[in-house]
Design a binder for this molecule. Structure first.
Ligand SMILES: NC(=O)c1ccc[n+]([C@@H]2O[C@H](COP(=O)([O-])OP(=O)(O)OC[C@H]3O[C@@H](n4cnc5c(N)ncnc54)[C@H](OP(=O)(O)O)[C@@H]3O)[C@@H](O)[C@H]2O)c1
Length: 233
């Protein structure tokens, strides 16, 4: 297993923990610009000639009021969340195609978001738009590459308490408030993501491609609208 993000020491530390399960290496890489993606792909090629699974997890966000939401807020977020995903996938696709075997396709899992499905930005206009692009790119790549032995799917998470959402979910009160808006009554947990990845990357996902799987406690399934009556009718 290979793990990369900009902070090499954290990736090395995570890899050291995972080495109890099997071979694992962590190293630095930046998917926010073309040179960074090229260097990251080179690092992968230097370490292995076989790649069965690619998980495009890196993500960046930006929050500002509509009136203040400038060009840089689009440039930074689309570079990491869309262009980085496409460029890294493009560079690693030949290895993924070569690794697939009869009945056991290689896998790509892109991490989208609930806000890529719902028309909801919460001041993160470029982020929500970028995740809609991730979902559409997932389906486009599934259309092109499933027949070449690579299944391409996306996970669309709801709210999880991570560094990215610390501004909104960082304290217990705000986390509780957020959880109360989720039909399942709680925030997402790391094992919700792990179990979904095991499904998509294991036997269960071998006949699944082009899916956008909501892991959101039912958030995208709810609607307050009625077609023929009001709530109090
Ligand atoms: N938390 C949620 O509620 C939620 C909901 C829906 C979707 N997501 C998505 O889930 C994914 C993981 O996010 P998270 O919630 O776990 O937040 P996070 O803790 O902030 O993780 C973001 C990850 O992306 C990496 N990253 C950011 N910019 C990068 C760059 N230019 N190059 C390489 N790596 C970069 C970060 O590592 P470095 O800083 O070391 O680069 C970090 O590992 C993201 O795609 C996010 O959009 C999260």
């Amino acid at each position: 297993m290979l793990i990369a993000s900009r902070k090499a020491p954290q990736c090395e530390a995570a890899a050291a923990e995972l080495r109890t399960l099997g071979p694992c290496e962590g190293f630095g890489g930046d998917v926010g610009n073309e040179a960074g993606v090229a260097a990251l792909a080179d690092q992968v090629h230097a370490r292995t000639d076989r790649l069965d699974i690619l998980i495009n997890n890196a993500g960046a966000t930006w929050g500002a009021d509509f009136e203040e939401f400038g060009w840089q807020a689009w440039d930074k977020v689309l570079s990491v969340n869309v262009m980085g995903v496409f460029e890294l996938t493009r560079r690693l696709m030949p290895m993924l195609i070569a690794s697939n075997t009869e009945g056991e396709p290689s896998r790509i899992v892109n991490i989208g978001s609930m806000v890529g499905t719902l028309p909801l930005a919460d001041r993160a206009y470029s982020y929500a738009t970028s995740k809609a692009a991730v979902h559409h790119l997932t389906r486009i790549l599934a259309n092109e590459f499933t027949s070449r032995g690579v299944n391409v799917n996306a996970i669309a998470p709801g709210p999880f308490a991570t560094k990215m959402t610390a501004y909104a979910l960082g304290d217990a009160h705000r986390a509780g408030e957020a959880a109360s808006t989720i039909p399942a009554g709680r925030l997402g947990r790391a094992d919700d993501m792990a179990a979904t990845l095991l499904y998509l990357c294991g036997r269960g996902g071998s006949f699944v491609s082009g899916a956008i799987i909501p892991v959101d406690g039912g958030m995208t399934a709810q609607t307050r609208q009625h077609m023929f009556r009001s709530d109090d009718a």
